[in-house]
Design a protein around this ligand. Structure first.
Ligand SMILES: Nc1ncnc2c1ncn2[C@@H]1O[C@H](COP(=O)(O)OP(=O)(O)OP(=O)(O)O)[C@@H](O)[C@H]1O
Ligand SMILES: [Mg+2]
Length: 189
């Protein structure tokens, strides 16, 4: 098991109402789950709970090892003052990540001395996704491809599919608007 959430409920402090109620979710290694629901139904909140960013108010969340979380703007784990190369090194295997950057064909692999803070939204999302992917075997990805163009999005999907199939990575994600998402198990909020 990668993630096991049992009867989970959550209230934001002082909110006085349940944002999440009775969530039961099991994710095995090599499994991908798409969290769907309307705006404000608690998708982001659920991912943050699964990643240990907020403790559940009720119930229990068990995980196997570290869970990595990527937020939509890719800002929480990125340091604008680091160069791309430094950011990749902080995340792990800089060479492997540089090779993966090349697959996107947006020049990031040749601009390694530029500061993260100077990248476009989509470029930052690409670096953040690869850094998240290398940092753990269980990933919570919130709108991870929202700023990617269609070609970059399909490279991202291919890299994630490989990680799931070859390395038993488990992914829980929120995203809209791509055929790639439709083949995965859906958890409706
Ligand atoms: N820090 C907070 N304090 C109080 N309430 C919050 C806080 N963050 C979010 N909420 C509330 O919790 C509910 C769920 O928010 P969440 O961000 O998880 O929704 P979401 O499903 O990700 O929505 P979207 O599709 O718009 O991204 C919303 O009603 C929101 O107003
Ligand atoms: Mg959200």
């Amino acid at each position: 098991m990668s993630i096991l959430a049992t009867n989970v409920g959550f209230q934001y402090p002082g909110a006085g109402r349940w944002t999440l109620k009775d969530i039961n979710l099991k994710v095995e290694p090599g499994e991908v789950v798409n969290i769907v629901g309307r705006n404000g139904t608690g998708k982001t909140t659920l991912l943050k709970l699964l990643a240990g960013i907020h403790p559940p108010t009720k119930g229990k969340i068990e995980t196997r090892g570290r869970v990595a979380y990527m937020d939509q703007s890719a800002s929480e784990m990125m340091s604008p003052g680091l160069t791309i190369a430094e950011q990749l090194k902080v995340a792990g295997d800089g060479q492997k990540l540089t090779d993966q950057l090349r697959r996107f064909e947006v020049g990031l692999d040749t601009r390694l001395t530029e500061f993260m803070g100077h990248l476009s939204g989509g470029q930052r999302q690409i670096v953040a996704l690869l850094c998240t992917l290398i940092s753990a075997k269980t990933l919570c990805l919130d709108e991870f491809a929202s700023a990617l163009d269609p070609r970059s999005a399909s490279v991202a999907h291919a890299i994630l599919s490989d990680a799931v199939a070859l390395e038993d990575v488990a992914i829980v994600f929120v995203a809209h608007g791509s055929d790639w998402f439709e083949k995965f198990r859906i958890h409706q909020l």
